[in-house]
Design a protein around this ligand. Sequence first.
Ligand code: FAD
Length: 597
Amino acid sequence: MHVTSSNISPQGSLKLINGSRVAVIGGGPAGSFFTYFLLDLCERLDIKIHLDVFEAHSFTKTGPAGCNHCGGIVSESLVQMLATEGITIPKKVIQRGIDSYVMHTEMGVTKIETPLHEKRIAAMFRGVGPLGSEGVEWASFDRFLQEMTHDKGANIILERVKNISKEGRRYTVQTIKGTEGTYDLVAGAVGLNPHSLKLFENLKLDFRPPETTKTFICEFHLGAEEIHRLFGTSMHVFLLDIPRIKFAALIPKGDYVTFVMLGKDIDKKLVQTILESPAVKNCFPPEWDITKLYPCQCFPKINMAGAIQPFSDGLVLMGDCAVSKLYKNGIGAAYFAGKAAATTAVLHGISKSDFQKHYWPTCKKLNFDNFLGKMVFVVTTVIQKSNFLKKGVHRMVQNEQLIEGNKRFMSMVLWDTFTGSAPYKDILLRTIKPGFWGNFIYNIGAAMFGMGKKSTAGKTYRDTKELGKLYRKGDAIVTQGEVGDCLFVIQSGSVEVLHIQGKKEVYLATLKKGDFFGEMALFEKEVRSSTVRALDDVRALTVDKRMLLTRIQDDPSMAFRILQKMSSRIRELDNKLSRIKGSDRRNWDKRKEEREE
Ligand SMILES: Cc1cc2nc3c(=O)[nH]c(=O)nc-3n(C[C@H](O)[C@H](O)[C@H](O)COP(=O)(O)OP(=O)(O)OC[C@H]3O[C@@H](n4cnc5c(N)ncnc54)[C@H](O)[C@@H]3O)c2cc1C
């Protein structure tokens, strides 16, 4: 098949114009976010382009053939950001909402609850499910993203790219099945597959691929009931003194629990060592020999240091194959980088200098945060190796968790380090607060002199499978006259918007899944201008004003959708007003005629 059509841009322009052709190689998170935002911006600016996404995997296949090898956890704050962008992750994709984690070291077990209700994490399958899960209705995250880009107008080609060449300003892309096309812009989002990285190295540009190391993932099938009984809505994190291991985690999802090991060059021997450790074994039923029970396993690579020059004229790389996040939130990094590359291409241009000026700063910011992350992990490694430091950490966390309203210095630091809910910069800033070190030193001393506290592990689990807050039919989610500091995005159900005039309720609108409300509070200090009431059971994500404004500062295009919505609401109000004025006028004319008669 030859995908080159007559619709080629006139001169291989270094701007995207009507008729430009774009190839995205790799339809994982980075490729899909890039595609979505590129097509969205082109639509807003009325630029008609052709975009092909080449993807080697079929996300309908179980096991490694249809999966992008990942722990599959995303923070609720990322879910909120995406919802604000109009990307609502369906309920069936989120296998479990996780609201606590159990930290295991050789010195004990401590449960850390989410520091804030809206700081939970979601567990998902990237593919359609582990090997052996055939016939089960799993919903894959990557497939959801792929369908989203298809709905936006992308042409999906499920074939592996085997060659990219450049002639003049254009690139030719060839797949192993013989499909061939010529493009003005090539976006590389191929992850860390060495053969695919070679495609770009072979172009003899200044691009150098990222540094990587080997990790491990496997899935244990226990059945949904057993998973709920053993893990509830908690993930387990293991900080054990085993060389080369940074940390390991057990993440419950549906019928399975995913085991992830991160560190340096993980091999079979290290896997065996950690699976045989009492800390891990004790999480499973005693009759289980877990070292023999993981039919679905892999040793995927992870990005340890960003690529050099992941762009050139008409070419940009993003996600794992360029710059990602150290040990966590790779999906979030793919979103930031994918969107930054798309905004650069549409709003500025596709030359090397455009990407250098407008895309590279996002990568540099990720690189800098990873540098700070390495410092955080130096500290966690020191703690891993010292029994008395580990005792101090356990004691401090247990104390913080025992009393509601306690300042949770250590709990917040640990939660954000292992869940990806905040950048490493914020974590480091938290550790330089005066209370942190004073408290830590006191707890180390107290732990050494045996002033222990009860372990908090084993508390009853709350069922928070879904993210967001649940409101019952008739609940007022927002009340007119109240001070507001967040925006709401509806995940399910519907609400009515009412203006209260004395004892009268004036109906303004009905809002449904995907709609948002409360946005005026983001821009004004005024109180809420209307009441929003649930028409049935409603689940809504709340997006904190500070978080959203910080994101808008980094990426002003975040505000497009909000402005678009506000503008369409003003238009609707104008229409309503002119209808009311029209009917007033007709009534007035009618009354005038009657008077004259
Ligand atoms: C052990 C482990 C655990 C992790 N856990 C988490 C986690 O819990 N949360 C999180 O946010 N991140 C996690 N990550 C990181 C996360 O997986 C990555 O950062 C993220 O997947 C990067 O997305 P991407 O689109 O850049 O690459 P990928 O997800 O790797 O996608 C690349 C895509 O390109 C396709 N492709 C490759 N070559 C070709 C070709 N030649 N032709 C056509 N298609 C091609 C592939 O099939 C694939 O679909 C984890 C990583 C590892 C290794």
